[in-house]
Design a protein around this ligand. Sequence first.
Ligand code: NAP
Length: 243
Amino acid sequence: MNKTILITGASTGIGAATARLLASGNTIVIHYHLSKEAAEGVASDVRSAGGVAHLVQADLSTEQGCRDTTDFVADTCGRLEVLVNNAGGLIRRCAADRLEWQLMLDIFSLNTFSTMMMSSLCIPLLEKGTDPCIVNLTSIAMRHGAPTATIYGASKGALDVFTRGLAKELAPRIRVNAVAPGVIETPFHDQVTTAERLEQFRSATPLARNGRAEDVAHGIAFLIENQFTTGETLDLNGGLFMR
Ligand SMILES: NC(=O)c1ccc[n+]([C@@H]2O[C@H](COP(=O)([O-])OP(=O)(O)OC[C@H]3O[C@@H](n4cnc5c(N)ncnc54)[C@H](OP(=O)(O)O)[C@@H]3O)[C@@H](O)[C@H]2O)c1
């Protein structure tokens, strides 16, 4: 393929699985925030699979972190074929009658503003790439309502709308799509979902299991490869939510 691919939050979970899946023959820029050792492990796997790996560290919930990451890609690679806006998280659950202003800012900064800013800053690099595209990570939380994660769900719902607007604005030069994962067993859930709740999700899912990071990575790979898809959100949830 020989694509230059920036994956934010590629140290663990879905981002790491996507980096490994896309490694062969490509240059992968592995962005991480705190998990340096894990990111180095992903870089080593990418190189073993025949890819080129670069590592970049930044807090993408800040404008400066977004600018530093984009500058790194410009200096190191000079162009981009794919931007995967994957970094994100729920941060912490909060009851609807106890919402906190700072928590709302933190959740939107991490999930929504980072994706919007990274997309904007990367447009000039994507315009230099061949068949360029952006893939955003939304969530089942924006589809079926997620008690105590209402702000997180809203932050992803905003990205769903952003994805369609950007897709129209950047067509036909740059395709923009999203994946909406269901319940995927990654470090995402370590601090915010009990084992009992994960079991409840599993038993409520028609395909009788929670997702794996690789399930989502394959969906992202499909959206990168398919040249006639833009403005789409691909639900990957084992049937837990059907449209
Ligand atoms: N797992 C699920 O059930 C699920 C469902 C729907 C949507 N999603 C979405 O899928 C995406 C990936 O999640 P995951 O399940 O793979 O979770 P994960 O394993 O916890 O990965 C989250 C990634 O985001 C990075 N990150 C966190 N805070 C950051 C910050 N301030 N600045 C920059 N990067 C930051 C982390 O970096 P470090 O570890 O290096 O700090 C990590 O690489 C997220 O957008 C999440 O909202 C997940």
